[in-house]
Every structure is written in C-alpha cells, then in structure tokens.
Design a protein around this ligand. Sequence first.
Ligand code: XLS
Ligand code: NI
Ligand code: NI
Length: 447
Amino acid sequence: MSRPVFVGQKEYFPSINRIEYEGRESDNPLAFKAYDPDRLVMGKRMEEHLRFAVCYWHTFCSGGADPFGSETRNHEWLIGSAPLAISEQKMDAAFELISKLNVPYYCFHDIDMSAESDSLIATQLHLETMVALAKKRQTETGIKLLWGTANVFSNPRYMNGASTNPDFHVLAHAGAQVKMALDATVELGGENYVFWGGREGYSTLFNTDTKRELEHMAQFLTMARDYGRSIGFKGDFLIEPKPMEPTKHQYDFDAQTVIGFLRHHGLDKDFKLNIEANHATLAGHTFAHDLRMAADANMLGSIDANRGDYQNGWDTDQFPTDLYDCAQAMLVVLENGGFGSGGLNFDAKLRRESTNIDDFFHAHIGGMDSFARGLLIAEKLISSGKLDAIKQQRYRSFDDSTGKQFERGELNLEDLFEFANETGYPEPESGQQELVENLINDAFFQI
Ligand code: XLS
Ligand code: NI
Ligand code: NI
C-alpha cells in the first residue's frame, strides 16, 4: 500500500504529504476523519465501495474563470508556451495530487490531457504521446482510469451540437474525436467510457429537426459501441443525463428519459448511466431519485459527485458536503449491490474565491469524508432492517392471493371490479413518512 506520492519532473504541492486516515478525534484539517480505505463495510473495503476518482478538467485545466472574470488561480503547471510541455506538467500535477489524496482513480476528456493541434493527425499524435506518458504514470503510482471521454462541446465547431449537429461534416469530426478517445481509454485500461451530451439538444425548435437529431444520436452511439467493442473495450458505456446548460434543452434530460432512449434503440445492454448530483437537481429531481431510477433499470453505472446550490438554477458543481444527500445516494448504491465498474468521480470545482493550494485538498478530503460517512449511515440503515421491514409491510397486499395474481398479469379490469366489490372500501394505511425520516436521522448518530 505504500505507493509513491511524487513521480514527475517537479513537485507542485511540496507542502502536502500523503493524506492519511486519522479518525474522528483528529483535528488535522489535512487528514481523513471518516475515509479509512481498509475499513470493512458489509464485508468489503471502503476503498472498493467508494471507488473515488479525481477529475482532470475542473482541477488541473482551469483556474476559476467565470463568465464575469478571469482565472483567480494561476497554476504553475499551466505556464509555458509549448503545448506538449504544458500537457506533461499538467499530468505531473495530476498524478501528484491524486497520489497524495490516496485516490485510486481519475477521469479525463481527450483535450484535458492533450491540446488540440491544427490537424486531426497532429492532434492524434499529441494525444498518443500523452497517453503513453499517462500509462507510465499509472504503472508508477498504481492509479487507474475510471473513465475517459471526448470533449465535443467546447470547440466552436460544436456550437450546434456534435452527434446531433445539423452538419454531417461536424458530426464526422465528433466521431473522429470519440474514436481517438476510445483508443486512449482502452490503451489506459479505462473501466468505463462516458458520453455527456453537452450541446446535444437545441436552442430553438424553429430551426431544429429534433426527430432527425435524435436518430443521428442513436446511430452515433451505436457506431461508438461497435467500434469500442471491436478494439476490445469490455467496460460500460455511460450516458450522463443533464436537462439543460449549455443548451436550452438537452436531449439526455434525466435518468428516465435516457433509459427510455437506450431501450428504444437497443443500446441498454452496453450502456448504463453516469448520474451527476447537480444535473439531477437541475432536472427538478433529487440526486437519489435519478440514482434510484437508474438502479431500478439495472443501469446504475457511475456517479459524478458534486452538489448544486438551492438558490441557484445552474450547475454550480460544488464539492459534495451534504451528508443527507450522500447517505441517500449510498443507500441506493448499496441496495444496488455496489457500483460494478463505476465509482464516485469528483466532477466538482473549487469556488473562484478559493485560491490556496491547500484548498484542492480540503475540497477532496471533504468530499471523500462525506461519502465515507454516507456509506456508514447507509450500512446502518440496511443492517438494522427497519426501513426494509416498513417497505415490505407496505406492499404486503401484493405478496399473496389476488394482489400476487395482479402482479403476475393474471387479472383483468373486471376482476378488479369484482374484488373491490367483494372486499368493500379499503381503510387508508399510513405511509409513516415522519417515522422513516426519524430513522434516517437516528442513523447519523450511530456511526
Ligand atoms: C458537465 C458535465 C461534464 C461531464 C463530462 O456538466 O458534468 O463535466 O461529466 O463531459
Ligand atoms: Ni459530469
Ligand atoms: Ni456537470
């Protein structure tokens, strides 16, 4: 377990050592209070339950710019004039931070790792060079790739969409990028491949053929699936739902919309969902709701861990700190039997006003401890069996006789009339919401 913390050319966080678990009594802000990778929870190590990942984009590629102002953090690793040298510096910073946080995984977009060049072939060469270095760094540090993806939304060529672009020429370029990103993901042993449809949607219906665009998207995903499988990709393809932003309406609105789409196009065997907390809330749901819908469909793939802000209607991508949310999420994950090949990726960014190097560590430590606590609370709730018993009791009328026949599809509407007529008006039964909510709160103090 003693992995090196620094394998690059230059140490970018020299004042920080590896973050260790010190327990709940510790007052060291640079230590874990709850995340103890080796602690056994329901027979499995915490590290294997949570499968944390650091994201490349928010943490290493930008420094706090927003629509009203420029970067507030001028990262040393981004300084220079040669794109390849900058990519290498960035990678050194990434592997150092991830190692020091003792996080097992990372996630990246093609252009986070390697800049786009003036031709497709040059871009491919640049990416291949960086992938070779990433492979070396992975071996040296033991860090693994949770998922790769292609950024087909930032470049102005994608302003009208990627696979849903009205111009086939642009669609083909998105395909080229996805091909290269899939090659990179497979080369790095990536366990999943993500599609977040950033501009796969529309701004106005007056100029958009939504039917055609959705068919193009399905065709594109099918081609990506087929290519991925042909080069030996064994992991899950993941769609990350989001209802809007940057487009007014994004096609992958929420979990249920995506599930319907995947099933309709016969993609549900290869694709699962990557649920992001702040995207679920933008869609008017809770984080747990979208997770539940994905789990019910056997399509819970992975999580982009972050949170929104109750007062803001946009994707604030804050680090997750809300224990109630984390506990509810981990309850769904545990009930789902774990993540499979997914994990918890911190798709979250520091606030623009957080400008110390330490802030990166506080942010991730907070997120990791929050989910570790969420896991422990969920374990309490499951092992006490109380919630389960209440649920069982609530649905007991479907467990035998006529209710069971209904579930088996053995009744028709006339049978329902007959049954209702014979049994008379039912007595209302309490849903006991306050009781179950109290059970949740009690569990917070049992860990
Ligand atoms: C943006 C998305 C993005 C995806 C990866 O809102 O969350 O970061 O996770 O393309
Ligand atoms: Ni995301
Ligand atoms: Ni997001």
